[in-house]
Design a protein around this ligand. Structure first.
Ligand SMILES: *Cc1c(COP(=O)(O)O)cnc(C)c1O
Length: 493
């Protein structure tokens, strides 16, 4: 199966190439030429298989240029019992007969990005081997907090790779900072930048396009790549857990094969929910996909009206991983829904670039509204949802999941509902304790773990519990002008 660019259908490349390149040269994203089907028999076969087997079934349909052995080795290396705290990395919790939660945060960094970032580095290095490349891949990441740690864990000690993360030295939480600066691994590096997230991001972009830097690295046997969320290698692993959740609910007799499920997805860059749409296109019985946004509700307006307009205030919320005004993966949805119309999509993206907005054709809007519902929760509603989930179901949720919970409560379709839970409550203890009505007076963020644990009895994830006393390995800071020099130092070139 080949992949085409959303902005030029004549660009056709293999999945391995799509994963190496990340983004097409025309600025478009890679989309499979056709969406493969999953038969009822195959769905039934998943009921009694484990997550790794389910992953192999789905991934083999998209990554057709990878051998069975290659896929198996990537999957087995990624979803180990040890890293995900058990044999099912994405377990489903039952709230009541009609409401379920798909927990996607049992990985090493306690957020759902582990589901993709644990396997993507393996897919990438396998792709490079297939091309007989003997170069070492250098991953540069600019992070506002969560992605950096998930990428560090994913690439930690992966052969043939080195990873350097830049974070705003005074712009991340105590927990996030310690998670990164105490990172293990012989191929990892972390650097604080005296600036904000935008400074980190433009610095990294500048290095990528700095010919002198690229040459100097090439001479040393290195090549740049990115672990960015628009890479197909990060999207495709997310399709798996929609099937897995469905199979688990059939297995537990909460639904029968063929019953439709609605999925409620806390959304930022539109990657997670797009994976759900692809699962539906493949044949999974999905009713509605519910796009849940926080106060940055550009997607809510888009799905309701057909006009995407990023010209609005940007809010910093308690669900920071959803504070986004340009949802990159929406471009893939528009491409598929317009019947792979690359000219139309290029036109929309051009308008977005120039004027900050575009309006899709009525036919496209009507297709979107057949599959998607949208809603949002403001800060007050998000806090209230944390309290409500605890009072009604004795279940503790993080602020991102709470946005989904709130939007879910606001509609009924008749189908049973699965809310995707994207982070452990311990990743955002301050907001969670506040939502539960508790006191957040503590000498540092780490002490909040104990307060939350005493209040709810929910176990503190071991990787966070050990954080306060973890050894700091990377205390380096640099100015934004010095970032390139720091890359040379890191690589010894
Ligand atoms: C990244 C992230 C999201 C948003 O996912 P998208 O794929 O960008 O829509 C939601 N919740 C958490 C905790 C995240 O880290």
């Amino acid at each position: 199966m080949n992949y085409v660019s959303t902005r030029n259908k004549n660009v056709k490349i293999s999945s391995a190439d799509a994963i190496i390149k990340g983004l097409s040269e025309d600025g478009g994203l890679f989309v499979p030429q056709t969406i493969p089907a999953v038969s009822e028999t195959e769905i039934s076969s998943m009921i009694n298989s484990d997550y790794k087997t389910r992953a192999k079934l789905i991934l083999s349909k998209f990554l057709t240029d990878y051998s069975e052995d290659e896929l198996e080795s990537c999957i087995n290396g990624a979803y180990t019992d040890q890293k995900f705290g058990g044999s099912n990395p994405a377990p489903v919790k039952k709230l009541d007969d009609n409401n379920f939660v798909l927990e996607l945060w049992h990985g090493p960094t306690c957020a759902f990005k582990d589901m993709a970032l644990q396997i993507m580095p393996r897919l990438l290095t396998t792709a490079l081997k297939k091309q007989n490349s003997d170069k070492t891949v250098v991953i540069l990441v600019a992070t506002s907090g969560d992605t950096g740690k998930a990428a560090l864990e994913g690439f930690c000690d992966v052969e043939g790779t080195k990873i350097l993360v830049f974070y705003p030295a005074h712009g991340v939480s105590e927990v996030q900072k310690k998670q990164m600066t105490s990172q293990s691994g012989s191929n990892t590096g972390v650097m604080g930048v005296l600036g904000n997230f935008d400074d980190c991001q433009s610095g990294v972009k500048r290095i990528f396009s700095d010919e002198k830097a690229v040459k100097r690295l090439e001479k040393g046997g290195f090549v740049f790549s990115s672990a960015n969320s628009i890479n197909w290698g990060r999207l495709v692993p997310q399709v798996v857990y929609y099937f897995s959740a469905y199979a688990d609910l059939v297995k537990s007799a909460d639904i029968k094969t063929g019953d439709k499920l609605d999925f409620i997805v806390p959304t930022g860059n539109f990657g997670d929910i797009l994976a759900g749409y692809i699962a539906k296109q493949m044949g999974l019985p999905v009713g509605k996909l519910v796009c849940a946004s926080n106060k940055n509700n550009v997607l809510t307006d888009f799905i309701k009206t057909g006009t995407y307009n990023k010209n609005r205030d940007f809010f910093t919320t308690m669900s920071p991983s959803m504070d986004i005004l340009i949802s990159s993966n929406l471009e893939r949805l528009l491409f598929i829904m317009s019947g792979y119309d690359d000219l139309k999509v290029s036109g929309y993206m051009d308008q977005l670039n120039k004027t900050g907005k575009y309006t899709v054709d009525p036919e496209i809007l009507s297709k979107i509204q057949t599959d998607f519902i949208a809603g949002y929760a403001d800060e007050q509603q998000t806090l209230a949802a944390i309290g409500d989930a605890y009072n009604r179901f004795n279940y503790v949720i993080d602020p991102h999941t709470a946005v989904g919970y709130c939007v879910s409560a606001g509609y009924q379709s008749g189908n049973k509902k699965v809310i995707l839970s994207t982070a452990s409550p311990y990743k955002f203890p301050k907001s969670v304790i506040k939502g539960l009505g508790g006191s957040i007076q503590a000498e540092n963020e780490f002490k909040l773990f104990e307060i939350l644990n005493k209040k709810t009895g929910v176990e503190i994830p071991p990787s966070l519990a050990s954080l306060e006393n973890a050894q700091v390995r990377f205390d380096g800071k640099c100015s934004k002008e010095d970032m390139t020099e720091k890359v040379y130092e890191f690589l010894n070139v």
